[in-house]
Ligand binder design. Sequence first.
Ligand SMILES: *Cc1c(COP(=O)(O)O)cnc(C)c1O
Length: 377
Amino acid sequence: MAQQSDVEKLGSLVRPHRGMINIMPLQTGGLLTEAARRAMVEFGDGYSVCDFCQGRLSDIVNPPVKQFVQELLPEFLGADAATLTYGARDGVFMVLHSLAKPGDTVVVDGNRHYSTAVAAERAGVQLVEVPASVSPEYRIDVELFAQPLRERRPALVILTYPDGRFGNLPDAARLGEIAAEAGVPYLVNGAYAVGRMPVKMSALKADFLVGSGHKSMASAGPSGVLGMKAKWREVVLRPSVLHKNKEMECLGCTIRGVTLATLMASFPEVRERVKHWDEQVAKAQWFSSAMEGLGFALLGEKPHRHDLMRFECTQLFEISQRVRERGYYLYKAFEERGIWGIKPGQTKALELSTFAATREQLEKVIAAFSDILKQYR
Ligand SMILES: *Cc1c(COP(=O)(O)O)cnc(C)c1O
């Protein structure tokens, strides 16, 4: 039989890890609900939400985008207004680009995501970082923001809450007070928070709250949300001069198809699941204790308050130095055991998320680590 050509292969793509236990931090909060899965098929065609659009995405009544964006999302985010974005980074960029001029400064925490720096670069804005504490905790002390906010007069301050490496949760509400005192607008980057844990912009005294649909809201991507205080609506959501009913910053429209449909379809469950965050934290703490019991060191804050965790795994790295597959042995060993989320080649430090797995599944993960240590001793 003729070999399938490379182009033909594109027509029958498959993913490697169907049915496996997933502990990959990027993926655990974006796994679709059943409702989203159905919406994905129903709204898979391009421009599928636009059947009844009169010119503005956020005014579409069927499907109920209007209710979602104008009522449900602001309420969920603790914001006065909300808008849809392509993801957390786009929310950060929209705000930066709206508030800052090239040459301005933005103050950020030392655990910021790379996309925050790239957004600043694209907007021509200079980044000033407030460093994290030293290893192993990498804590962000928000009191250290007061001086740069006073002295540098930044256009914006951004806090990563939590950061995507350690899952540290700095005192975001206190930074809200510091920012308000300094008169600096304050954005909370909740890519790993919104949709996982309860987080309200108002309680954090923030001007903006950014979330990621595909990271934490059980949605296909790219998709995201941005909440804001009323006074920023006319700044960030300003219309184009030439096209009065089109917003400038998003080039007139944002997510207009299957990603929005999944974001909306998952919303009822997402809104419910954040109420069970304390169970997630308990599960994460139980897991990290078990990992420490095996001799792996948890990095980041202790006690840990998020499902995203980073472990220093010296023993696993040492094994990689003497086995034939080098660093890849670990990925393979986990794949064989039906566990997905170890990055191929990585052993020295591992980032894991306990969000999607049950305790029973996590017991299997712990058993896998234990087995591997014994096998290679
Ligand atoms: C994942 C992540 C992002 C990027 O999210 P997108 O929605 O893919 O743009 C930004 N910031 C933090 C802290 C993240 O963890």
